[in-house]
Design a protein around this ligand. Structure first.
Ligand code: NCD
Length: 318
């Protein structure tokens, strides 16, 4: 592996290798000294053109725990046109000797462009590009589910599990990465959304689609329910164009105590964060025993350590 740009096209073998390596990294994080010397002398640049809390901090923590030098570059607000600024920035990072660039950008395809432009020699890790892909999020989601739901998980996928992903599918890169990864790992994915929040072409995805959360709960034996943030910043003209009102959205798609109580007793509740409490998820669901939302954040560091390790520690790592 040279780059980590998406989960589409990722082989099951590579996905399981990433998850198994993350399990090893997680074990090192339980020791008293959590820092490993593995990436000493390597430079990792965090290049964030879009807002982020947990993904940026998580990549920074992961690189530091592997002893890499970390440079944070928050490029938001640049007045240069996007293509040019990305190129100039890449050339600067190359001149500074970046071994890996972690990029988040509002344009779908930005990470791919950076990896294949020839501007950079290092590895590129996609931390979210527009509505396209967010591979480390899907990996940490799969890792969390595997730990919780699969016995003796090492070497295994998510075979036989059923995941429902609920809400703003249209604007979500988290969905696209999770659909590819979970199906590659053997799970079934059910998307739950109003027609206005589904992309054109969803019928070609390897998923089942239902338009009511209650129907998904009634019809499927769900092992995991992933709630998506209603991404208002991507809804030009406000949420009004996509659903009648926040109250109506919550009534049909919100996860509250009574819906949660109808799930199988082992089912887990996930959310990539940041949450709109009271809109897509009620506090009683977010803070319940079924919720693995805080675990997802913790596991993100181990998954990103695994990705950096496999990309940067060279052939011998794989
Ligand atoms: C997600 C993202 O940025 O795509 N957040 C994250 O990385 N944890 C989801 C979101 O913003 O809703």
């Amino acid at each position: 592996m040279k780059h980590l740009l998406g989960t589409d096209g990722m082989s099951r073998e590579d996905a399981v290798l990433l998850l198994d390596t993350a399990a090893q990294m997680a074990a090192t994080q339980e020791r008293e000294v959590r820092k490993l010397p593995t990436l000493r002398g390597k430079t990792v640049v965090n290049l964030f053109f879009e807002d982020s809390t947990r993904t940026r901090i998580s990549f920074e923590a992961a690189a530091k725990r592997l002893s890499a030098d970390v440079i944070n570059f928050s490029a938001k607000g640049s007045s240069v046109s996007k293509g040019e600024s990305l190129k100039d920035t890449a050339l600067t990072l190359q001149a500074m000797g970046a071994d890996a660039v972690v990029i988040r950008h509002s344009a779908s395809g930005a990470a791919y462009q950076l990896a294949h432009s020839g501007w950079l020699r290092g590895s590129v890790l996609n931390a979210g590009d527009g509505t396209h892909q967010h591979p480390t999020q899907a990996l940490l989601d799969a890792f969390t589910a595997r730990r919780r739901l699969v016995d003796d998980p090492e070497g295994k996928g998510l075979d036989g599990l059923t995941l429902a992903i609920v809400g703003d599918v249209l604007h979500s890169r988290v969905v696209r990465s999770n659909v590819s990864l979970w199906t590659t790992l053997g799970a079934k994915v059910v998307l739950v959304a109003p027609p206005t929040l589904l992309p054109v072409g969803v019928s070609t995805w390897p998923v089942e689609v239902v338009h009511r959360l209650d129907h998904a709960i009634d019809r499927f034996d769900l092992d995991a329910v992933m709630m998506l943030r209603v991404q208002r910043e991507r809804m030009t003209g406000g949420g009004d164009a996509f659903f009648p009102s926040p109250e109506e959205y919550t009534r049909l798609y919100g996860l509250d105590r009574s819906r949660m109580d109808r799930l199988p007793s082992h089912a887990i509740v996930m959310h990539p964060g940041p949450m709109n409490r009271g809109l897509e998820i009620a506090a009683e669901a977010a803070d319940s025993d079924r919720s693995v939302i805080v675990e997802q954040v913790a596991n993100g560091v181990a998954v990103r350590m695994a990705a950096l390790y496999l990309l940067l520690a060279g052939e011998e790592a794989a």
